[in-house]
Structure formats: structure tokens, C-alpha cells
Design a protein around this ligand. Structure first.
Ligand SMILES: Cc1ncc(COP(=O)(O)O)c(C=O)c1O
Length: 475
């Protein structure tokens, strides 16, 4: 059969590379980036999680190696099968190992979707509006709507008053919530705290919105006094406010009621503000925490988003965004080709994700999730106490399971436990898969790592003295 490649691209394929080249320095920020030397930990004033790159050394030294696509034309069938199997088996082993040593990112890796295994042979795609079926029949909208109704009950909004969908991740939920806010209040200014996830400021850049980055308190919450003065100074323009229901690094929860009071004090009526609640991780936990402020549509909020692969746990990244139905008309249009409506950020949407969520919620129920939350908070407090006993400086926000502590100095330790670090701090996000036994191993290895660093620093002093003064045993 004739090749359909244009002549200019015929010929031998380029040789596969086994190591990715370092990224190009495309911007001033990139040029400031330097590699860690000899595996030494790079010192950063901000980290991958934070809103904008800052000057100083950032994280650049763990370049991804490539796994070249095998050459089916050169290998015989049997050899090819054997090679493929080996690659997959090795990869599975690596995944298991990495799963066993994961502490740093807010992912619940404890799930079992065994009965759903046969579904992966279907291309399940919920393209378009979840509430309006497209002509593409291999979808899971019925699961999606069921899950949305589950969330509507959790966040106290009537079934005929909400609109939402299952996203690809928390970021997409933030992009959608802020877009709805911008469409409702086109002249609005976006306010978000400095410790807000970078996706919120990305939305501001994408939608060309004016944004105010508000300072934070020691806990990581928004600085309420600064928010008040910023709102007062810009009172002529509406406000779109991102309220964090658990910040990325410190797990801080902005006080929604206090933000609402500040809006009232500064003269913003409900038609002049829109609040998006970013609850990527903790939005799923807060409803089950006693003493926590309620995040509910009974309060004048515009939207909430969460990630599905974080507290819930899922083999694919996913999330949920919910808003009021009356707002969505402004961001949607009919698409004849879909025979549905376009109101989402993405076109095609992962139809497997709603099934995972449906399955977990059905299996665990609200009570099962409450027990998971309880376990996480208990183990987070245990980890805090263990670290304190071991002489490690540590912080834990009252409502959070994110344990913040001094950044370990050995990069190998950080990599082994997959810790997210920012400047001088690291954190462990205690999820349902983190057991007491795992905490024991982690703390023991951390203490050993710190001791190694301390001994090597002490001996370095002796070495320097020897260089300066010679060995006194020879005197
Ligand atoms: C507070 C917060 N918002 C949004 C996100 C983005 O979520 P995702 O990774 O699901 O896009 C994160 C991720 O960690 C987060 O911590």
C-alpha cells in the first residue's frame, strides 16, 4: 500500500532518544533556573506548586528519560510480544514501589475498582453538556448526573438549581468557576491569596482579568485585613473571589463567613460579587469535619470545585465543578455537531471518571467517607507528634491533614517519599492509604537521613580545620 505521508517526510524515521534534552530557556525566568549539583537539594523561594515562577534556583534536575517506542518492523512477532510484556511488567513493578512510598501529594492511592476492570475496552466519552445526551452513544452521563446529585446533596443545592460536570482535574474546575464568575461580572477583579494554587492565576491570565494577589497569614489563610482594604480601594468594580478550602502547601482553609462579612462591610451587594471555592483536596473532607465552617450553596457562593483523584481516589485524574444553573446560560451555546450544548472547558470528557466516583460513593456512602476523614486527621496528628518527638519543626492547621515540616536536606529522601517541597518546607498529605506502619517507616528514615546530614556537616568542619591547621596528631 502506498504511504500517505507527503514525500518530504518519507525516509528513515529519526533515531529514538533515550534521554529528554533539558528544556529550552524560553523566558527570563527559565534562564534563571539552574540545575542542582551532585544531587544537592536546590534552594528555592517557591516551588512547582506556587502560582508564578520566581527568580532563583527552581526544580530542573530530574529530566524524564524516554522509553522509546519499540520498532515493530525490525522485531519478529514473538520477540516484540516478549519485549512489550517485559516493559509492562517492569513498569507495573515500578508503579507498585512508587505507590508504596508515596507521602507528598494529596492522592488517596487506596482504591480497588476490580469490578470495573472490563470497562477499559470502551471509549467512554461524555462530550458536551452532561445533562443533554449527544448522538455519541458510548457515554456514562447517567453515572455523571448521579454523582452530581450526590454532590448537590452534600453542598445543599436543589436538584433543579444546580449545573455542573465531571472535569479532568481540579484545575479545570477552577478554570470553569472563574470563567463563570468573569461572564457574570465582566468588569470584575479577581482576588485570591498568595498561597492559592497556580491554576487560579492561570485563569486570570487566560481570561485577561485584572487580579489582586492578597497576602496570607502565618497559617496560610488569606489576610482578611488586606482583603478588606483591597476591596475597599476597588469598590467601583465587582469582585470575583477565590476562597481556598485547603491551600496546596499548608492545607489552610479561608474563612468563607468572614469573607462574606468583609464583602458586606465594604458595600458589595450579592449582585456585585462572585465567590469560587477551590476545594481541590479539602472540599471533599470539610463536610465531614466537626467544627469546620460549612461550604454550602445556602451561602451566596457561585461555584465549588474539587479533584476526584485526591481524597476520593481514582486511577485517572478527575474532578467536579458545580455552579448555579441560572449562571450557566451565559457560558453555553448549542452545538449541532454534538447535538448537545457546549458549556464545559474541554470538548471530549473522560467518561470513565464518573463511574469511578459513582462506585466509590455507592460503596462507601457518606458514613464511609466520614470514617476515612477521621482516620486521616487522626494520623496527621500522630505524624505531627512523632515529628515533634524526633526534634523536627512541624506545623498542622487545625482543620487539615497536611503536615508541614522542615524540608529534608537529602534529595534522595525527598525523591523516595515523593515529597512536595517549597522553599524550606515540605509536607506530607495524610490520605486514607497512609497507615500508622507507613508513618513509622517514614519517620524512622527521616530521622536517619537528618542524622546522616548532621554527621557529614560536623565532619566537614573537622576536615576544614585539618586543611587549615594540619593534623594535630602529627604535631
Ligand atoms: C488547592 C488546589 N487547587 C487546585 C489544585 C489543582 O488540582 P489538580 O491537580 O486536580 O488539577 C490543587 C492541586 O494540588 C490544589 O492543591
Amino acid at each position: 500500500m502506498d504511504s500517505i505521508l507527503p514525500l518530504s517526510v518519507r525516509g528513515p524515521l529519526p533515531k529514538p532518544v533515550t534521554k529528554s534534552p533539558p528544556p529550552r530557556a524560553d523566558s527570563a525566568e527559565d534562564e534563571l533556573v539552574s540545575s542542582g549539583v551532585d544531587g544537592a537539594s536546590p534552594r528555592a523561594t517557591s516551588a512547582a506548586y506556587q502560582a508564578l515562577p520566581v527568580s532563583g534556583a527552581l526544580i530542573t534536575h530530574n529530566y524524564t528519560p524516554a522509553l522509546p517506542v519499540l520498532d515493530a518492523d525490525e522485531l519478529d512477532k514473538e520477540e516484540l510480544e516478549a519485549r512489550i510484556n517485559k516493559v509492562i511488567e517492569d513498569y507495573k513493578e515500578k508503579l507498585q514501589l512508587r505507590t508504596d512510598h508515596h507521602m507528598g501529594y494529596p492522592y488517596n492511592l487506596d482504591f480497588d475498582y476490580g469490578p470495573l476492570e472490563g470497562l477499559q475496552k470502551y471509549c467512554i466519552n461524555n462530550l458536551g453538556d452532561p445533562f443533554i445526551e449527544s448522538n455519541y452513544g458510548v457515554h456514562s452521563r447517567e453515572f455523571e448526573i448521579g454523582v452530581l446529585q450526590w454532590f448537590a446533596r452534600l453542598w445543599e443545592i436543589e436538584p433543579h438549581e444546580f449545573w455542573g460536570y465531571i472535569t479532568n482535574c481540579g484545575t479545570e474546575g477552577n478554570l470553569h468557576g472563574i470563567l463563570v464568575g468573569r461572564e457574570m461580572l465582566p468588569d470584575g477583579i479577581l482576588y485570591a491569596s498568595r498561597e492559592t494554587h497556580y491554576s487560579v492565576f492561570k485563569a486570570a491570565r487566560m481570561y485577561r482579568m485584572d487580579a489582586v494577589k492578597v497576602g496570607t497569614l502565618e497559617s496560610g489563610e488569606i489576610d482578611y485585613d488586606e482583603l478588606r482594604s483591597q476591596l475597599a480601594a476597588n469598590a467601583a468594580r465587582p469582585a470575583i473571589i477565590n476562597v481556598n478550602i485547603g491551600t496546596t502547601v499548608k492545607g489552610a482553609v479561608d474563612d468563607l463567613d468572614r469573607v462574606l462579612d468583609i464583602l458586606k462591610e465594604t458595600g458589595y451587594t450579592e449582585d456585585r460579587f462572585f465567590i469560587h471555592c477551590d476545594g481541590a483536596l479539602f472540599g471533599m473532607m470539610i463536610p465531614f469535619v466537626k467544627r469546620a465552617p460549612m461550604v454550602t450553596f445556602k451561602k451566596p457562593i457561585g461555584s465549588i470545585s474539587v479533584s476526584g483523584h485526591k481524597f476520593v481516589g481514582s486511577p485517572v485524574p478527575c474532578g467536579v465543578v458545580m455552579t448555579r444553573l441560572r449562571y450557566i446560560k451565559g457560558v453555553s451555546s448549542d452545538v449541532e455537531y454534538l447535538n448537545s450544548r457546549d458549556a464545559t472547558i474541554m470538548g471530549s470528557r473522560n467518561g470513565h471518571a464518573p463511574i469511578y466516583m459513582w462506585y466509590t460513593f455507592t460503596r462507601k456512602g457518606y458514613e464511609g467517607l466520614r470514617k476515612d476523614v477521621e482516620k486521616c486527621l487522626r494520623n496527621a496528628h500522630l505524624l505531627k507528634s512523632m515529628l515533634e518527638k524526633a526534634g523536627v519543626k512541624v506545623m498542622l492547621n487545625e482543620l487539615s491533614s497536611t503536615v508541614v515540616f522542615e524540608r529534608p536536606r537529602e534529595e534522595a529522601f525527598v525523591r523516595k517519599w515523593q515529597l512536595a517541597c517549597e522553599g524550606d518546607i515540605a509536607h506530607v498529605v495524610v490520605m486514607p492509604n497512609i497507615t500508622i506502619r507507613k508513618l513509622e517507616t517514614f519517620v524512622q528514615e527521616l530521622v536517619e537521613s537528618r542524622a546522616r546530614v548532621a554527621v557529614s556537616e560536623a565532619l566537614r568542619l573537622a576536615e576544614a580545620a585539618r586543611e587549615r591547621h594540619g593534623d594535630d596528631e602529627e604535631e
